[in-house]
Design a protein. Structure first.
Length: 100
């Protein structure tokens, strides 16, 4: 298994506080997509991060060794919509996972 940190940047700095109804609907679709990956065991945790420098989305993703992370983010509805969202993906060197 490999683990990755996915950081989702919105289309503008104040996105979290200025979302339009259409953007809110897109974010709900994004959340449903990540929940579907969680049900498959690929997403460990996800949610918005209230960083003073700007809100962003964060997910920790667990993938089989033969699966590349771009297969996950390219299918995200926020990326497919072409509305200015972008991901920064970084591999984790070592992941210590709760056995709950």
């Amino acid at each position: 298994m490999k683990y990755y940190v996915f950081k989702l940047k919105g289309p503008r700095a104040d996105f979290a506080s200025t979302m339009t109804p259409a953007e809110l609907a897109l974010m709900q679709t994004h959340g449903a997509y990540l929940k579907s990956l969680m049900a498959k065991g690929q997403v460990v945790v996800f949610g918005p991060v209230l960083d003073p420098a700007g809100v962003y989305g964060l997910a920790v993703v667990r993938l089989d060794d033969d699966v590349e992370p771009d297969t996950i983010w390219r299918e995200d509805p926020v990326i497919k919509a072409g509305k200015g969202f972008s991901y920064h993906v970084a591999p984790m060197l070592n992941a210590v996972v709760s056995q709950q």
